[in-house]
Design a protein around this ligand. Structure first.
Ligand code: C2E
Ligand code: MG
Ligand code: MG
Length: 604
């Protein structure tokens, strides 16, 4: 809330009409004679005296850690001194009318806004009084009666002032609390409680319909975790601005969860539901500019309507949440609520719970997709791809559980299991005379966990397998969100003798310029380009230039998603190092991979 608005509201609310202040002054026995005495001593408040007072005040506030931060920059400190000076002159002017009151309340409100609590400035009143007393003593050196009256006037004046200061402060504080209870601190938008109240009032008003759109920012959690909460807050503030821009066409725009905004439209709304969704999503089309580099986030929208989908406020919110969850899961832009969803979502939520148990129950397994040298066709190793042998649902591909897992700490035990099992498998194959390397996939979150490299080191020491036969694949996206921390973790992993590969290259924002400083050994060109390179000249060009650039940086290249002979031939022509894809082999259970290896290496 702006200070100006707050002052006006508070003056109204405290009911501080000028007459009211005069009444208080009368109660304090502060009258015309006091005013006259004060006016007499006022000329003695010279620039020097006041400067001294302001300097003391400044030193006082600077000497406590609670208040020193409030003073801020030298510029702000100087301004603060100026305020103290003007104020001192005003209070001693013997006129406690409207102008003085406004200023007094404004100061109280400002103190509350900047967090200067009364306990830190009430102690300055004795100092202030001393300045006035000194002036009174000097002015009435030969007139003891007037001197005593002048000193009494000073005390009364300080009392009036302190009472107004406290009243304004606490009133502003109360208002701020009220505001905070209904508004979000980071974005200044109304919060979830406000949303609930608004929905209640719209429903009570018997609006024909109330559309609730919940807008989830895609990838926000990754940004927040990798770039830190400050950048996360910046993203939220920028996103809030974009949401605010549509606010005048909606009944309410609010922030209702860490990365979720809400838009409410009742029957007076101009755009149709579809139009509103487009407006919302358009706002997220543009990249977010963060400290010089831009991040594209995008958003998903879940929608539910009163009375079509829900007949009360809580159900409406819950169903819009379910629709949003569904939009995120399907990676689509917008999903309206449908009753069918309610039957699915508890099941999805329980997946995370079940997965925790699945690790201990031995339901996870790695399948191995062969990798071959493009030039000769000889086997190079495999990428280990996770599968979950679910007791009821059968063999589940990672796409059904890894994306949720990567958003939570559950990815830590999952990745730890993958590391250990891959090393165990390498050890077994080593005994059977099967060579080559195994690449495992790790999540962005693993790279942010400073304990992860150490955990890998321990697994390597325990497993006894040769670390140079292990490789980690991390997506380009996972590195780009916090390049520095990712690079640190990757360097520590590399120091163990493990190789590093950038997965899904070409789909994120990474440029080779960033990658050249990263501890990497390999790029994997994403399958969306490779799969269609035989048919799309554009995709072929992307694959070719990626290979060229990677080689110039000393990185080897694996093409993933090779689905036909033609692509493999093209890759050979482009000088690609390794290939992986259904045309060569699908991901295979460990036993089948061993047979494939024997055959390929001419020993089967
Ligand atoms: P990815 O690492 O990019 O793995 C390649 C995916 O493409 C695999 O799907 C693979 O089966 C599939 N693929 C391979 N060749 C072809 C092809 O010729 N054509 C087509 N259309 N697809 C092909 P999968 O096994 O379903 O894995 C999907 C993603 O799940 C992986 O993408 C990876 O990001 C993630 N993932 C798999 N295992 C793990 C794991 O152990 N940990 C983590 N954190 N993520 C994993
Ligand atoms: Mg991979
Ligand atoms: Mg990939």
């Amino acid at each position: 809330m702006l200070v100006g608005t707050a002052v006006r509201e508070i003056v109204d609310e405290i009911g501080l009409a000028e007459a009211d202040v005069q009444k208080r002054a009368a109660f304090l026995d502060l009258g015309p004679r006091d005013a006259e005495l004060l006016r007499r001593i006022r000329p003695r408040l010279t620039a020097e005296v006041i400067g001294e007072f302001a300097a003391r005040l400044d030193r006082h506030l600077a000497s406590f850690k609670e208040t020193s931060g409030l003073l801020g920059s030298p510029g702000r400190r100087a301004k603060f001194g100026g305020v103290a000076e003007r104020y001192l002159l005003k209070i001693a002017a013997g006129d406690w009318g409207a102008a003085y009151q406004q200023e007094r309340i404004r100061l109280g409100v400002v103190h509350q806004h900047i967090g200067l609590e009364p306990r830190w400035y009430v102690g300055t009143y004795p100092r202030f009084l001393r300045v006035l007393f000194d002036a009174a003593r000097a002015e009435f050196a030969d007139d003891p009666a007037s001197r005593a009256d002048a000193i009494a006037a000073c005390v009364k004046l300080a009392m009036l002032d302190v009472s107004l200061a406290l009243e304004a402060y606490f009133h502003a504080d109360h208002k701020a609390l009220e505001h905070a209870a209904r508004y979000d601190f980071v974005t200044g938008l109304p919060n979830r409680r406000y949303l609930a109240q608004k929905l209640d009032s719209l429903i009570a008003r018997k609006a024909g319909y109330v559309d609730l759109f919940l807008v989830g920012i895609n990838r926000f959690k990754t940004v927040n975790q990798t770039l830190g909460p400050e950048v996360g807050d910046r993203v939220l503030a920028l996103a809030a601005d974009r949401m605010r821009a549509i606010g005048d066409r909606a009944d309410l725009v609010a922030r209702v969860g860490s990365d979720v905004f809400a838009v409410v439209c009742a029957d007076v709304c101009v755009p149709t539901a579809g139009g509103m969704t487009e407006l919302i999503l358009d706002g997220f089309e543009r990249d977010f500019d963060l400290d010089g580099y831009s991040v594209s986030l995008g958003a998903a929208v879940g929608r539910a309507s009163f009375a079509a989908d829900a007949s009360d406020r809580d159900t409406l919110i819950r169903r819009a949440e379910i629709a949003l969850y569904e939009a995120k899961r399907l990676q689509t832009r917008v999903v309206p609520f449908h009753p069918e969803m309610e039957r699915q979502s508890p099941e999805q939520l329980s997946i995370l719970g079940e997965l925790r148990l699945a690790i201990a129950a031995g339901q996870l397994e790695l399948h191995f997709q062969p990798k071959v040298r493009v030039a000769t066709g000889e086997p190079l190793g495999a990428e280990a791809l996770l599968r979950w042998r679910h007791p009821k649902k059968g063999l589940m591909p990672p796409g059904l559980f890894i994306p949720f897992t990567e958003e939570t700490d559950l990815i830590h035990p999952v990745s730890a299991w993958v590391v250990r099992d891959a090393l165990r498998q390498l050890g077994e194959w080593n005994k059977a005379g099967i060579g080559g390397s195994v690449a495992i996939n790790i999540a962005p979150r693993n790279l942010l966990d400073s304990g992860f490299p150490a955990e890998m080191a321990k697994a390597i020491a325990d497993g006894g397998a040769d670390p140079s036969r292990l490789m980690v694949e991390v997506t380009e996206r996972g590195i780009m969100t916090d390049t520095r921390r990712a690079a640190e973790s990757l360097q520590r992993i590399r120091d163990l003798g493990v190789r590093v590969s950038i997965d899904d290259f070409g789909t994120g924002n990474a440029s080779l310029v960033y990658l050249k400083d990263l501890p990497t050994n390999e790029l994997k060109v994403d399958l969306i380009f490779v799969r269609s390179m035989a048919r799309s000249e554009r995709d072929a060009a992307i694959v070719r230039s990626t290979i060229l650039m990677a080689h110039s940086l000393g990185l080897s290249v694996t093409a993933e998603g090779v689905e036909d002979q033609e692509s493999l031939d093209m890759l050979r022509e482009y000088g690609c190092d390794a290939a992986q894809g259904y045309f060569i082999a699908k991901p295979l259970p460990a036993g089948e991979f061993a047979r494939w290896w024997m055959e390929r290496s001419g020993r089967g």
